[in-house]
Design a protein around this ligand. Structure first.
Ligand code: ADP
Length: 188
């Protein structure tokens, strides 16, 4: 059981999880857990800008010049620069304030808006990190439930170009939390 891939099929698309570094993924796009400034930061955001090079930040600056800061729960797309992925979709997850400030809705929106942009860009495969569960403090067991249900709902509710969604989880604790939720959702 341990080594079986943890995955589910939704409406012909595949949703699965792996443990690893998102900057090495070869999906059409990887998603960045950015902040509203789009100017880079720590965690996965810093890793993506370091690995992808300056072209990503150049695109981000153009977007901010055009539309201002990126609100929480929204998403935009840039080049992937030197990354194996052609595109980076930048989204902003909520900062955890205890759970009664719309955090779940905002986190759900971050996943949904990212997938909408992927579909609008006709992409087939997308990798997500665990948005908001690092510096932003969202409890990972709760975030995993919101994340997997948001992606499954998106795939279920419409026909899209997106046929593969991968959660790329950096550490074992995060992987285990997503694995538990995915097994539960897939068994229903
Ligand atoms: P946030 O500010 O949204 O909480 P963080 O980057 O602080 O974002 O953390 C989000 C998650 O991304 C955490 O689980 C963190 O361990 C993970 N992470 C950090 N670097 C990488 C990476 N290179 N690939 C995948 N996940 C990463």
């Amino acid at each position: 059981m341990e080594n079986e891939p943890v995955q589910m099929k939704v409406n012909g698309s595949r949703l699965f999880i792996i443990q690893g570094d998102i900057t090495r993924q070869t999906t059409d796009a990887i998603v960045n857990a950015a902040n509203s400034s789009l100017m880079g930061g720590g965690g996965v955001d810093g890793a993506i800008h370091r690995a992808g090079g300056p072209a990503i930040l150049e695109d981000c600056k153009k977007i901010v010049a055009r539309q201002g800061r990126l609100p929480t729960g929204q998403a935009v797309i840039t080049t992937g620069g030197n990354l194996p992925a052609k595109h980076v979709i930048h989204t902003v997850g909520p900062v955890w304030h205890g759970g009664d400030r719309g955090e779940a809705e905002l986190l759900e929106s971050a996943y949904r808006e990212s997938l909408k942009i992927a579909a609008e860009s006709n992409l087939a495969s997308v990798s997500f990190p665990s948005i908001s569960t690092g510096a932003y403090g969202y409890p990972v067991e709760q975030a995993a439930g919101v994340a997997i249900r948001a992606v499954a709902a998106f795939l279920r509710e419409r026909e899209t170009s997106v046929s593969e969604v991968v959660f790329v989880l950096f550490d074992t604790g995060t992987y285990d939390a997503y694995s538990a939720v995915l097994r539960e959702v897939a068994s229903k």
